[in-house]
Design a protein around this ligand. Structure first.
Ligand code: AMP
Length: 406
């Protein structure tokens, strides 16, 4: 890729906008130095109930921990101008805000790369709302608010689906009538920015892994796994929506679709009721009846919490084997995201189901969240902290510098 370094030094805002929260990271960018450094990050949570801003500098020092309840008129877009003003007030005086990069959950079948926001692109993204009705509208609302408030600010959309476009059709196709596949009912895959970050990290720091067959387990509040063959996605556990795959905080993962027909007939559940059940009441929360947070479940001693954890671990191990099959073997396993990076207990339990394929963790390395946590004789198992925000920042700078070159 050729770069023009005419983009000046400044700050870049990366936004991940949800229905009741906005996560943000501000980077210093200096394309001339090929440098992207985090300055500060934070989140606006509880929007619509009890809005709260928290932020800290990259050095760890707290910058905000304050209620925004009096500014909260109920939705994310209404609060974004205040957040933008807060960010600009906290920028160093010599670092003007140059651009914004957004995490956008769905890029559909056509958007294979990050893209500059234009009216045309926004129109195309709006047609994808039915594919991700809970997430896409929030992502697009944030883009529109920024465009209305700062029309001079270039904006870039980075799609969670884009990284999976390298997959073969056998990974993306459901066994349903072809006209439905042609209408877009296919497997798209998500968490692509996380997998792309891990693939690039391995290329630089673990080249022997990068050239092999790796399953990456992104285990957080939302969880999925990806089969990376020589750094390219060949299969993943999430499909048409973010519901498929392994059990998550509040989502069930794979279900027999017959259950949905049964629930509609027997309990007269409509689309909204099913959506609520599948997105908000299932997974770890549904099975435990207690919490969607793995830390809480691991600290408890009741049968339901134990069963939720057991289910999460065996289903994740089974998914690892399934993805290995898509690559004809497995050379390494990588854990990432909240649970994957921080829970030695869950990593040990998942790997306990994989002894028969040669996985053997080193107890001490695992306890220390070391980079490589397996014994010398084992199939290599690594922990690599993900950084989706940095991936978005890199894409944004790449696109802006190329645009300036044109
Ligand atoms: P993420 O979505 O990647 O931010 O991950 C958030 C989830 O990670 C939380 O809901 C917790 O369940 C989980 N998590 C974070 N730290 C730990 C930990 N030390 N042990 C177990 N689970 C953790």
């Amino acid at each position: 890729m050729t770069f023009s370094y005419s983009m000046k030094r400044g700050a870049l805002l990366v936004l991940n906008s949800g229905s009741s929260s906005v996560k943000f990271t501000v980077f210093e960018v200096d394309p001339g130095e090929e440098q992207i450094m985090p300055l500060f990050s934070g989140q606006l949570t509880g929007i619509g109930t009890d809005a709260h801003l928290s932020a800290k500098a990259a050095t760890g020092e707290r910058m905000a921990d304050e209620s925004w309840a009096e500014r909260d008129s109920g939705d994310v877009p209404a609060l974004l101008p205040s957040l933008l003003a807060w960010v600009e007030e906290h920028l160093p005086p010599d670092l003007p805000l140059l651009a914004a990069g957004h995490r956008v959950v769905h890029g559909g079948a056509n958007l294979r790369h990050p893209a500059m926001i234009t009216d045309h692109l926004l129109g195309e993204l709006e047609t994808l709302i039915p594919l991700a009705p809970l997430h896409e509208p929030q992502n697009l609302a944030a883009i529109k608010v920024l465009a209305d408030n700062r029309s001079d600010l270039p904006q870039v959309a980075c799609f969670d689906t884009a990284f999976h476009h390298t997959q073969p059709r056998t990974s993306t196709t459901y066994a349903i009538p072809r006209h439905l596949t042609d209408a877009g009912i296919r497997r798209y895959g998500f968490h692509g920015l996380s997998y792309e970050y891990i693939a690039r990290h391995m290329e630089t720091h673990l080249p022997q892994l990068a050239s092999g067959r790796v399953v990456v387990a992104h285990l957080g509040n939302g969880s999925s796994l990806c089969a990376l063959n020589r750094g390219a996605s060949v299969d993943t556990s999430m499909g048409f929506s973010v519901l498929e795959g392994v059990p998550m905080g509040t989502r069930p993962g794979n279900l027999d679709p017959g259950i949905l027909i049964y629930l509609m007939r027997k309990f007269e559940m409509d689309a909204d009721a099913l959506e609520h059940l599948l997105y908000h009441q299932s997974g770890l929360l549904g099975v435990s009846g207690v919490s969607n947070d793995m830390r809480v479940l691991l600290s408890r001693d009741d049968d339901n919490s134990r069963e939720a954890v057991d289910l999460f671990c065996i289903r994740t191990a089974k998914e690892i084997c399934s993805l290995a099959c898509s690559m004809g073997g497995l050379d390494a396993l990588v854990f990432t995201a909240g649970i994957g990076e921080h829970s030695a207990e869950i990593r040990a339990r998942i790997c306990g189901h994989l002894k028969w394929i040669g996985v053997d963790l080193d107890k001490d390395l695992n306890k220390d969240d070391a980079t490589r946590i397996s014994t010398a004789a084992s199939l290599p198992v690594h922990v690599i902290p993900t950084n989706e925000e940095l991936m978005i920042a890199r894409h944004t700078v790449d696109l802006l510098t190329m645009r300036n070159a044109a």
